[in-house]
Write a protein that binds this ligand. Structure first.
Ligand code: FES
Length: 621
């Protein structure tokens, strides 16, 4: 149902939105100069060409050509306005979108276009739910000429499917749009200027709409693939030489737009940078302007299945700590090995445990982890310590929730005991790319920390420090020296026992570090599937109204159906536009927008994706 239920897309998205630079990328000012330039260009060139033709200054052919270009350009600000990416002021944003949109879609209003377009985003490729599938595979009888009548297609889609789905509010605005189109066209065609209207407006508008639908819809999605199942294959990037690509104003990377719809067109490249290489590994298909994508590699169900591995080496490296080296028997693990990544180990007693990777030898297909035996634990580490060389064991895919954002200026890595393992892989990576970092290893005594001697005697020695005392290093680490210079350009990574991580995070916050600059290791929680959703009710504190939310609906859908005009922009839990204060009830947070501490505070939620854990929520709207 929602984008966030796809684990791969969610993992990539988490990587992007938790980058400290994300807030800057998603910032929308009151007046955005690049958007203003496009609006001024499209409206200005259209008006001037009409005036010039009517005064005999330019021939008809040139006037039509200029107007087609103006119509084409008008799409980008109108489309961005539907995602509230034109102005931080909602009224100004919608006014600009509606005004510019008149060139492309006469009579258009943002309520209607936003509803149509968001259904495309939420249900990309799903026949009957995505209003744009008809542009990807237009009827044979019409071919690409069908695209010139995209608005007719949407009305047909609404009558066939949309009216069962959309709220009365959207339906009303759709009919207002249709009425204004009919009235304006009839009025002009019956007036003495009917010929000029036809030549300077209707023809360029139809041609421009056809080009827009071809460039921004028809070639952007391969046939038959859905965002829900194949998020990275259901969108394409358009190959081509740079002058042609520039005609798309940077929007040739359509996956970026579907990942983060509320990011304006001129910032797509920056999102690509935030993804830090992960997108490159997702098999996003490419295509030419007139040539469809070929040999699309879609994810196989087996990609997430555990793989048999052989234990080839076990070593005692510290008190109760052993390292294990696993070697691939047939194929390496799915997923990308990066600093901070972890694997699932499926133990013979049925338990599944997550362990951070210390390193990976790609040549030999060998994965290296360290495990501390917890005698009072639930048996996972004890079962690990019973493994012997030659055992065959199943390992799950490589995943990473503890991403190293390599673009930060400086890194402070602090570990408690065995928590050193992911930080060691980070320290090695930062050393390799020559980034400034400090590695602080805390523990009760040296033998409680794996690899301490190796680190202090090796290449990382200059950046590493040991803090030992009976309180897991808490009394000997000088927090003012380590955390005393908070910076939005630096990142603090902490890994160790939960109490140790909470204590350090609090100390960092007290010293002025921002929440988003402090990263704590947490292994991924399973993501709820739609079928696990339950029915609940939402009470609106301001009116006392109680809205029922069924398992197939989002809270936002239910509120819209009840006639409430709640703002939204991405419908994917990444922009915060739909955020609402929560007064009671426990929230099942499914967004990527709020930080962990904001989620834990349980006083705000993204209505577009998050749900209730219990039977009822009260929101302050
Ligand atoms: S609409 Fe963007 S977070 Fe809900």
């Amino acid at each position: 149902m929602s984008y966030t239920s796809n684990p791969t897309a969610r993992a990539v998205l988490n990587k992007i939105v938790h980058d400290p630079r994300y807030s800057d990328v998603m910032h929308i000012p009151l007046v955005s100069i690049p958007q203003f330039i496009l609006v001024a260009f499209s409206l200005g060139s259209f008006s001037l060409s009409c005036i010039a033709y009517l005064n005999g200054a330019i021939p008809l052919g040139l006037a039509i050509l200029i107007n087609v270009v103006a119509v084409y350009v008008s799409f980008t600000p109108m489309h961005d306005a539907s995602h509230r990416a034109v102005s931080s002021n909602p009224r100004l944003n919608d006014f600009i979108g509606t005004l510019t949109g008149q060139l492309l879609l006469p009579g258009v209003n943002m309520t209607t276009f936003r509803a149509i377009h968001m259904d495309h985003h939420r249900f990309t490729g799903e026949e009957g739910r995505d209003p744009d599938t008809g542009f990807v595979t237009p009827p044979k009888w019409a071919g690409v000429f069908y695209l010139m009548f995209a608005d007719f297609h949407w009305v047909h889609w609404y009558l066939r499917y949309g009216r069962k789905i959309w709220s009365r509010h959207v339906a009303t605005w759709l009919f207002i749009m249709l009425a204004s189109v009919v009235i304006s066209h009839v009025a002009f065609l019956m007036s003495p200027w009917w010929k000029e209207f036809l030549l300077l407006y209707v023809i360029p508008q139809r041609l421009g709409l056809g080009i827009v639908a071809y460039v921004f819809a028809h070639i952007q999605h391969p046939e038959g693939l859905t965002w829900e199942n194949e998020p990275f294959q259901s969108t394409v990037y358009v190959r081509g030489n740079s002058p042609w690509r520039r005609l798309m104003f940077g929007q040739e990377e359509h996956t970026i737009h579907h990942l983060l719809p509320h990011i304006p067109w001129f910032k797509y490249r920056r999102v690509w940078d935030l993804a830090n290489g992960t997108l490159r590994n997702q098999n996003i298909p490419s295509r030419g302007w007139f040539e469809g994508p070929k040999n699309i590699i879609t994810p196989k169900p087996s990609d997430n299945e555990p793989v048999d591995m052989r234990v080839v080496e076990i070593n005692d490296v510290a008190e109760n700590i052993k390292t294990f080296t696993f070697e691939a028997i047939n194929s390496p693990l799915p997923g990308i090995v990066e600093a901070g990544a972890h694997i699932d180990v499926h133990l013979n007693n049925g338990m599944v445990r997550q362990y951070s990777l210390i390193s990976y030898d790609a040549e030999k297909g060998r994965y290296h982890i360290a495990v501390k035996c917890e005698p009072n634990g639930r048996g996972g580490s004890a079962a690990m310590h019973k493994l012997v060389q030659g055992d065959i064991i199943k390992l799950g895919p490589v995943r990473n929730n503890f991403v190293l954002y390599e673009n930060a200026k400086k890194f402070i890595l602090i570990s408690g005991g065995i928590g050193l393992t992911p930080l060691l892989s980070m320290a090695n990576r930062l050393h390799e790319i020559s980034k400034p970092f400090e590695l602080h290893m805390c523990g009760r005594y040296k033998n409680a920390i794996p690899f301490a001697d190796e680190i202090l005697g090796g290449a990382l020695a200059k950046q590493a420090a040991l803090h030992l005392d009976t309180e897991n290093g808490r009394n000997s680490i000088d927090l003012d020296a380590v955390l005393g210079n908070p910076s939005s350009q630096s990142l603090v990574y902490i890994c160790g026992p939960q109490g140790f991580m909470d204590w350090l995070k609090n100390e960092a916050l007290k010293r002025g570090w921002k929440d988003e600059n402090i990263r704590i290791e947490s292994f991924s929680a399973p993501i709820a599937k739609d079928e696990e959703n339950h029915h609940f009710s939402v009470k609106l504190a301001k009116t006392g109204q109680v809205i029922q939310v069924d398992p197939k609906q989002t809270v936002l859908d239910a509120l819209h159906h009840a006639g409430l005009d709640v703002p939204y922009a991405c419908m994917q839990g990444t922009c915060g536009t739909c955020a609402a204060p929560v007064l009671s009830g426990e929230v099942d947070h499914r967004d990527a927008y709020f930080s962990d501490s904001e989620k834990a505070a349980n006083n705000v939620m993204c209505l577009c994706v998050s749900r209730a854990k219990g039977e009822e929520l009260t929101v302050d709207i």
